[in-house]
Design a protein. Sequence first.
Length: 88
Amino acid sequence: SAWWNFGSLLGLCLIIQTLTGLFLAMHYTADINLAFSSLAHFHRDVQHGWLIRNLHANGASMFFICIYFHIGRGLYYGSYLFSETWNI
């Protein structure tokens, strides 16, 4: 069933968020006078910067969609009833 893929998709979303976030952080300036111009520089001058920023912005929404489906699947199938799952 395709419902069991959301755990892997969560991991993939987390990796994409981490990588794009690190790349964005390398080009961002937190100074109040330079913050907007650093974003404009990222969009205009960095190769595929617009794509990386949009991947990061939409990746956050995808992460939450995947986590809601993952939790919903666990509730639907009653995975919380298996006591072995909770033992670490």
